[in-house]
Design a protein around this ligand. Structure first.
Ligand SMILES: Nc1nc2c(c(=O)[nH]1)N[C@H]1C(S)=C(S)[C@@H](COP(=O)(O)OP(=O)(O)OC[C@H]3O[C@@H](n4cnc5c(=O)[nH]c(N)nc54)[C@H](O)[C@@H]3O)O[C@H]1N2
Ligand SMILES: Nc1nc2c(c(=O)[nH]1)N[C@H]1C(S)=C(S)[C@@H](COP(=O)(O)OP(=O)(O)OC[C@H]3O[C@@H](n4cnc5c(=O)[nH]c(N)nc54)[C@H](O)[C@@H]3O)O[C@H]1N2
Ligand code: SF4
Ligand SMILES: [Mo]
Length: 681
C-alpha cells in the first residue's frame, strides 16, 4: 500500500503573491503540486502558469539539467558533454584564479543573477562568494525596478517600507498606477483588489492598456504611455482647487513642496486631458477620490520602466505628500515590502564585508557593451537568470556571448537561450528540492520553502554550488561555508516569529504582526532633512531637476507605435517558456494592435508584420484588440528566442537607453515601424 503525505511549501517566484503550496507525495516522491487550501492568498489554487509548469517542465527529468556539462560545440550551438562536479569545479576555479592573477583583482569576472528564485538563501547566499571574489555585479534591479527605488529612496529615504495591505479595511480608495495585478499578482487581484471593491473601496487604475484589473475597476484612466507625471500634477491641481491639500502634513513632514507649485498651477485637467488622452471629468473624479482618502496607492513596476520613470515616481510621491495619505490607517503607498520591515537584515545573507578589495557594479543597460569588451570582462557567471531572453539589446548581447575568450559559467534548472553559450553549465536544484525562507514583497508575512523531494540527478541548491566553488578556489572564510540550516535559524531569530524552521514549516506562512502596521509611523524619514523631500539637492547634484516636473512624453512619430512588453499571464519572466503546455497557451509570437492602427496599416488579425527600429527587428502575428490604444502595441515579455521563428523576442527591439534615475531599463519606451509581411487570409 502506498503512503501519501503532504508537504507545505511556498512559491519563491518573483511574484507579489508568494503562494502557499501543498505538495502531495506518494511514498516520499512528489506526485502533484497544488495550492495550499490553508493559505490566505492562494486559497488552495496556484496560478495557471505554475499549476502547469510545477507539474510539467519543472519535474520533467528529460527537460531538467541533471549533471554538470562542458561545451563541445561552438558557442550558442548548445552541444555539451557531461563531466563530474569535481572536474567542473576545478576547471572553473583554475580559470578564475588565472584571471585574478593577471588582472590583480576579480573585476573582470562579471556575474549576473536575478529572479530564478527570490528565496533568501537561493536568491542571495551566492553573493557571499562573489563578494569574496571581488567580481563585477550586473545590478539586477536595473533590468526591472531601479528607477522607482532610486526615486523613492531620494524622496522618502526608503523604498522598501510599503503599506501593510491589511490596512485596506480602512481605505476609501485604492489607486493602482501602472501595475497589472490580473497578470502579475493574480491572487492578490482576487483577495486584495476584488475583495476590497466588494467591501466598498473605490478601485481606480491608471494604465495605457485595459487589462483585467482595469476592466474590473470602478474607473480606468487609459493614459498615453509616459504621460504619468503630467497626470499626477493634474491630480494635485484638482486637489488644490478643492481644498484637499493636507497643509498640516506638508508643514510637519515635507521639504520643498513649494517648488512644485508653478507646475501644479500650469497642469490644469484640460491641459492634462489634451496630452494624456484621459477625459477631463475622469481626471477630476479620480483626483477627488484619491485626495479625499484615506487612500492607498499601488505603484507598479511597469510605470517606471520608461525614460522619465524616476520623475514619474517623484510626481506620484507628491500625490502622497500633498494629500497626507501616509502614516494613518487606510493610507499609504506600496512599491514593495522589503526584508527590513520584518526585522531581517539582508547583509546577514550577503556578507558585504567579504568584499575586502571592493567589487564592481554595472547596469544591465551596459551589460552587452561590457561583455563585448575583453578589457572589462574575461569571465561571466549567470545564475538565477536568463539574460539572452530578458535583457535589452538582445542582438548585441548574444553577439558578445559568442566571444571565444569569454569564459562563461551558467547555473540553471534547464538549458536556456543563455546556457547555450556557456563553457560550463551547472545543474541547480529547484525550490521543491531544498529549504529556504520566502518573504512576500506585497505583505508582511514570513514563509517556509520546504524540501519536498531529492534534487534531480546530481543537481545542487544554489547555495551548495557556491560553497563548493569557494572550496575549489581555496577560500577559507567560514561565512562562505555556512550551512543553509544554520543561516535559516539565524534569520528566523531576527524576526518576531517565535520558533525554528521546523515550527514554521508546519505552518507554511505566518503573519508577523497581529495588527496592520502604519507606513512610516511617527513620520520619520531617512533623508538628509528627516522629511519627505519633494525638492532635493541630491537630485540637483546628480544633474537632474531638484523637484519633479509635469513632463509628458511626446506621442510616437507619425506611423510609428510604442511597444509595451509587460508580464504575460502564462510565463514568469522567461520561466516556463520551455513547457509544452505553456507554449500551446502562448500561441505564436504576437503583437496586439489597436483596431485604428491595424486599419491604418491595412492589417487584419493573423497577418504577419515586421516591427523594426535601430536596435533590431522582429516578426510577429497581428492580434487586434481594443484593450490597447492607438499608437501602442503590446508584446508580452518572456518568450524564449529559440522558440520563435526568427530566434528573437521583444528585447531585440529594446535599446540600452537608461531612465533618468538609477541607470534603469526603459523597456516600455521602444518605438517601432510596422511593415506588413504576409497574410493568412
Ligand atoms: N521586454 C521586457 N523585458 C523584461 C521585462 C519587461 O517588462 N519587458 N521585465 C524585466 C524584469 S521585471 C525582470 S525581473 C527580468 C527577469 O529576468 P530573469 O531574471 O532573467 O528571469 P527569468 O527569465 O525568469 O530567468 C530566471 C532563470 O532562473 C532559472 N531558475 C529558476 N530557479 C532557479 C534556481 O533555483 N537556481 C538557479 N540557478 N536558476 C533557477 C530559470 O530556469 C530561468 O532560466 O526581465 C526583465 N525583462
Ligand atoms: N504572470 C507574471 N507575473 C509576474 C511576472 C511575469 O513575468 N509574469 N513578473 C514578475 C516581475 S519580475 C515583476 S517586476 C512584476 C511586474 O509587475 P507589474 O508591476 O504589474 O509590471 P508590468 O507587467 O511590467 O507592467 C504593468 C503595467 O504597466 C503598464 N505600463 C507600461 N507603461 C506605462 C506607462 O507609461 N504608464 C503607466 N501608468 N503604466 C504603464 C503596462 O501597460 C502594464 O499593464 O510582476 C511579477 N509577476
Ligand atoms: S507565480 Fe505567483 S501566482 Fe503563481 S503560484 Fe507562484 S506566487 Fe502564486
Ligand atoms: Mo521584475
Amino acid at each position: 500500500m502506498s503512503i501519501q503525505d503532504i508537504v507545505k511549501t511556498t512559491c519563491p517566484r518573483d511574484c507579489y503573491d508568494a503562494c502557499g503550496i501543498a505538495v502531495v507525495r506518494k511514498d516520499g516522491k512528489i506526485a502533484k503540486v497544488l495550492g495550499d487550501p490553508d493559505h490566505a492568498v492562494s486559497e488552495g489554487r496556484l496560478c495557471g502558469k505554475c499549476a502547469i509548469a510545477y507539474n510539467g517542465v519543472w519535474r520533467d527529468e528529460k527537460a531538467r539539467l541533471s549533471r554538470p556539462l562542458r561545451r563541445i560545440g561552438a558557442k550558442g550551438d548548445g552541444l555539451f558533454e557531461p563531466i563530474s562536479w569535481d572536474e567542473a569545479l576545478k576547471l572553473i576555479a583554475e580559470r578564475f584564479k588565472d584571471i585574478i592573477a593577471e588582472a590583480g583583482d576579480g573585476r573582470p569576472i562579471v556575474q549576473t543573477h536575478y529572479t530564478g528564485t527570490v528565496g533568501l538563501i537561493g536568491g542571495w547566499f551566492p553573493s557571499r562568494f562573489f563578494n569574496r571574489l571581488g567580481a563585477t555585479e550586473v545590478d539586477p534591479d536595473t533590468v526591472c525596478n531601479k528607477a522607482g527605488h532610486a526615486a523613492l529612496e531620494l524622496t522618502f529615504g526608503d523604498s522598501l517600507h510599503a503599506f501593510d495591505p491589511r490596512t485596506i479595511r480602512d481605505s476609501k480608495t485604492l489607486l493602482i498606477w501602472g501595475a497589472n495585478p490580473s497578470h502579475s499578482a493574480p491572487h492578490q487581484d482576487r483577495v486584495f483588489v476584488k475583495k476590497a471593491r466588494a467591501a466598498g473601496t473605490k478601485v481606480i487604475v491608471v494604465d495605457p492598456i485595459g487589462h483585467g484589473t482595469a476592466a474590473a475597476a470602478d474607473l480606468h484612466l487609459k493614459l498615453a504611455p509616459g504621460t504619468d507625471a503630467l497626470l499626477a500634477f493634474a491630480f494635485l491641481h484638482v486637489m488644490q482647487e478643492h481644498g484637499l491639500v493636507d497643509s498640516d502634513f506638508l508643514e510637519r513632514h515635507v521639504h520643498g513642496a513649494d517648488a512644485l507649485l508653478p507646475g501644479i498651477a500650469q497642469s490644469t485637467p484640460a491641459r492634462a486631458a489634451a496630452l494624456t488622452g484621459v477625459p477631463e471629468e475622469t481626471i477630476v473624479e479620480a483626483a477627488l477620490a484619491y485626495g479625499n482618502g484615506p487612500s492607498l496607492l499601488w505603484l507598479g513596476q511597469g510605470v517606471q520602466r520608461q525614460p522619465s520613470g524616476g520623475n514619474v515616481f517623484r510626481a506620484l510621491s507628491a500625490l502622497v505628500a500633498f494629500s497626507g495619505n501616509l502614516s494613518k490607517p487606510g493610507a499609504g503607498f506600496l512599491y514593495m515590502n522589503g526584508a527590513g520591515g520584518r526585522g531581517v537584515d539582508m547583509s546577514t545573507v550577503i556578507c558585504p564585508e567579504l568584499a575586502v578589495g571592493g567589487t564592481g557594479m554595472v547596469s544591465h543597460m551596459d551589460f552587452a557593451q561590457v561583455l563585448a569588451d575583453p578589457a572589462r570582462s574575461r569571465a561571466l557567471v549567470n545564475w538565477n537568470n536568463n539574460p539572452a531572453a530578458s535583457s535589452p539589446q538582445q542582438a548585441q548581447l548574444r553577439k558578445a556571448l559568442k566571444r571565444e575568450d569569454l569564459f562563461h559559467v551558467a547555473v540553471d534548472l534547464f538549458h536556456t537561450d543563455t546556457t547555450a553559450y556557456a563553457d560550463v553549465v551547472l545543474p541547480a536544484a529547484s525550490f521543491l528540492e531544498c529549504d529556504d525562507l520566502v518573504l512576500s514583497y506585497f505583505d508582511l508575512t514570513l514563509s517556509a520553502q520546504v524540501k519536498a523531494g531529492e534534487p534531480l540527478g546530481e543537481a545542487l541548491p544554489n547555495s551548495e554550488i557556491f560553497r563548493r566553488l569557494a572550496a575549489a578556489m581555496g577560500f577559507t572564510e567560514p561565512a562562505l561555508f555556512e550551512s543553509d540550516d544554520a543561516l535559516i535559524e539565524r534569520l528566523l531569530e531576527q524576526t518576531a516569529f517565535k520558533g525554528g524552521f521546523a515550527d514554521l514549516a508546519k505552518k507554511g506562512t505566518v503573519t508577523l504582526f497581529a495588527e496592520p502596521r502604519l507606513q512610516f509611523e511617527g513620520g520619520s524619514f531617512a533623508t538628509p532633512s528627516g522629511r519627505i523631500e519633494l525638492s532635493s539637492s541630491r537630485a540637483a547634484d546628480l544633474g537632474l531637476s531638484a523637484f519633479p516636473t509635469p513632463h509628458a512624453d511626446a506621442p510616437p512619430a507619425p506611423g510609428r507605435i510604442r511597444i509595451l512588453s509587460p508580464a504575460s499571464m502564462w510565463q514568469m519572466n522567461s520561466s516556463y517558456g520551455n513547457d509544452e503546455t505553456i507554449k500551446k497557451r502562448l500561441g505564436p509570437p504576437a503583437v496586439q494592435l489597436h483596431p485604428d492602427d491595424a486599419a491604418r496599416n491595412g492589417l487584419v488579425a493573423g497577418d504577419t508584420v515586421k516591427l523594426s527600429n535601430a536596435s533590431g527587428q522582429l516578426e510577429l502575428v497581428v492580434e487586434i484588440s481594443a484593450m490597447t490604444q492607438p499608437g501602442v502595441g503590446v508584446v508580452y515579455k518572456g518568450r524564449w528566442p529559440s522558440s520563435a521563428p526568427d530566434d528573437a523576442n521583444v528585447n531585440i527591439l529594446v535599446s540600452d537607453r537608461k531612465s533618468d534615475f538609477g541607470e534603469s531599463t526603459t523597456v516600455h519606451a521602444a518605438e517601432v515601424d510596422i511593415l506588413r509581411m504576409g497574410t493568412c487570409r
